[in-house]
Design a protein around this ligand. Structure first.
Ligand SMILES: Nc1ncnc2c1ncn2[C@@H]1O[C@H](COP(=O)(O)OP(=O)(O)OP(=O)(O)O)[C@@H](O)[C@H]1O
Length: 586
């Protein structure tokens, strides 16, 4: 289900809880290995920064020796340079490797947790059918979790490195930058560490401009991800319903729908491009002109002839490092914007899947045959009354046919019995663990036919002979040889064959309570009679409640529940069943 609302402006408390999405892994029972890896990565980054500081000092010695024509000193300095280069590269490679491993571990852990939440308490169903809000859960689980781990690790570690670099080189810049003296309005002013101060002020000034220009990018990026996911979901719809669309010759309508999507994407994309170029322009301009700031700041020392080339080279290196680390926020503005929108979406997903069910329809697990309903009222999602069932007792082994006009609430009743309908109140008592529901369109997961038959149990849950026997019973003899064939079965089988596969599943699982919602609607009269006769013969003690618009199966159901005008009427079905629908051999 897709719902693309513009992102709400988030309060500070809300934003903080978005960031809390990052924490569970680091608090989990598995935290020790990742924490050790993280500590190693941070330790390596300290070593890396130390080597950079060392290179600065080395530069000063080397260039001073070079410009004093001391060849021997130059040669003597080279081996140490090579040794530290190897150390620095080793740190970098190991750091990258550990970061990637950590990122993958974090992502897998998070994906498992999200899948568990998504597939628990029918959250996946509620998200699709309106009882809980949420859009494109597939995007959250597949893309956002991956982005979250990669981006947050990279930015977090880069951030730590930026702070370490900033501290280390600020000291260097303070030490060798010297001080400046000048007169202002008759006062003598002395500024120590003026190089450091100038660098910090210039970089922070540019960062403030950057923040101003780049902040709308967060919202534009958030919207972009939504619109992209909508397009993907629409394309998936076309794939799923290709035959229906082809029969209706719905290509033009689909093109229209997709082009509307594309227009929305293009419109928002223009905002993303505008905000991005503005942010990039300021960032790039500052990068390009940064050296001028240093030259200006060094003019007083040049005028005083108090600067050697070695010193300049060390100051330049320290200036660049301080500027780069201060600029870290600026340079990563777009990534930070993406991370913030990813975290917003993940937080929204978490809130949705954890949203507790507020239903007042109580299901009691009796672990006994039959079904009892008391004072059940089923409402529409908008609150309007759909159907009311004051009391209904279905004895163990009884067979009931549910009838009623289209839209009278037959499927909704089954949804409520299955615990999927939340609107209304009342009590339903049944053996939950021994019940099975067959919708009109059977779910056939991709995989071998054996796995499809056994679903949701494992493919090896039954003997081969059992699979073969049930296939023959539902008149699918020629599929016996295809048990190990893997296919997209919902595309390969006809609707009638798919319904017979679902009946074969029932014969394998032998539930005590079976609910069918038009589960044989695609079968011809002969096959309808055949599968019903087979069900009754194989499962004589199973209680069966079946919705059907057709007379075909009515002769197999002695009881009838009629939904009419929001009320139910119970009656003996044989009274209303046409004579020619009588079973051949139940
Ligand atoms: N998720 C939903 N959101 C809003 N309305 C819904 C939802 N599901 C069902 N309804 C409404 O509830 C009513 C009953 O639907 P239900 O599917 O139970 O009808 P039915 O009797 O099984 O119809 P049919 O015989 O055509 O299958 C319909 O008006 C339907 O539009």
């Amino acid at each position: 289900m897709r719902r693309t609302d513009p992102p709400a402006r988030h309060s500070i408390r809300h934003s903080l809880s978005d960031w809390a999405v990052l924490l569970p892994y680091w608090r989990s029972r598995e935290k020790w290995v990742p924490l050790a890896m993280l500590a190693t990565i941070v330790g390596l980054s300290f070593v890396y920064v130390r080597t950079a500081v060392w290179f600065g000092r080395w530069n000063q010695h080397f260039f001073d020796a070079m410009f004093a024509y001391r060849v021997e000193t130059c040669l003597w300095l080279l081996p140490a340079y090579i040794g530290v280069c190897i150390l620095s590269s080793g740190c970098y490679v190991l750091q990258t490797y550990l970061t990637q491993v950590l990122s993958m571990r974090w992502r897998l852990w998070n994906t498992r947790v999200y899948l568990r939440q998504y597939l628990s308490h029918t959250a996946y169903y509620r998200m699709e059918h309106g009882a809980a809000t949420g859009d494109n859960p597939d995007q959250r689980i597949a893309d956002d979790l991956s982005q979250m781990t990669v981006l947050s690790l990279r930015m977090g570690l880069d951030g730590i490195q930026a702070v370490t670099t900033l501290l280390s080189f600020s000291i260097v810049l303070w030490d060798i930058g010297g001080s400046i003296n000048f007169n202002c309005l008759g006062h003598h002013i002395h500024v120590s560490g003026y190089l450091l101060l100038g660098t910090v002020l210039a970089t922070l000034g540019a960062s403030v401009v950057m923040e101003r220009l780049g902040s709308p990018l967060v919202e534009a990026d958030y919207r972009q991800q939504h619109f992209d996911a909508d397009l993907r979901a629409d394309l998936l719809d076309i794939r799923r319903n290709s035959e229906q669309i082809a029969f209706c010759r719905g290509e033009d309508a689909e093109k229209l729908r997709l082009s509307h999507n594309l227009r929305t994407i293009a419109h928002n994309w223009r905002s993303v491009v505008t905000y991005t170029w503005r942010a990039n322009f300021v960032g790039d301009l500052f990068n390009g002109t940064a050296s001028i700031i240093l030259w200006v700041l060094l003019l007083p020392r040049l005028a005083a002839h108090a600067l050697t080339f070695g010193e300049y080279s060390r100051i330049n290196a320290a200036f660049m490092q301080v500027r780069r680390s201060l600029q870290w926020f600026m340079n990563n503005y777009t990534d930070l914007a993406t991370l913030r929108s990813v975290l917003q979406r993940l937080h929204e997903f978490e809130r949705t899947v954890r949203q507790p069910s507020r239903t007042r329809i109580t299901r009691i697990d009796t672990q006994a045959p039959g079904l009892d309903i008391h004072d059940l009222v089923l409402d529409r999602p908008d609150g309007g009354r759909l159907v009311q069932i004051p009391a209904l007792h279905v004895g163990g082994g009884e067979r009931w046919l549910v009838r009623g006009a289209s839209g009278s609430g037959k499927s909704t009743l089954l949804r409520a019995i299955a615990g999927l309908w939340e609107h209304g109140h009342g009590t339903i008592a049944l053996d939950i663990g021994d019940s099975m529901f067959l919708p009109q369109r059977a779910y056939l997961p991709p995989g071998s036919l054996r796995a499809v038959l056994a679903y949701p149990r494992a493919a090896d849950s039954h003997e081969d002979v059992r699979y073969a026997a049930v296939l023959r019973t539902v008149n699918l003899d020629r599929h016996v040889a295809r048990l190990d064939e893997t296919a997209q079965w919902d595309a390969v089988l006809s609707p009638g064959e798919a319904q017979r596969i679902a009946i074969a599943r029932v014969l394998l699982q032998r539930p005590g309570l079976l609910f069918m919602d038009e589960a044989t609607s695609a079968l011809d009269a002969d096959n309808t009679r055949r599968v019903h006769a087979a069900l009754l013969a194989a499962l004589p003690r199973t209680t069966i409640i079946s919705i059907s618009h057709h007379d075909g199966p009515c002769a197999f159901y002695p009881h009838e529940l009629l939904l009419e005008g929001g009320r139910v009427i119970t009656r003996i079905a044989h009274d209303t069943c046409p004579q020619d629908a009588a079973p051949h051999s139940p």
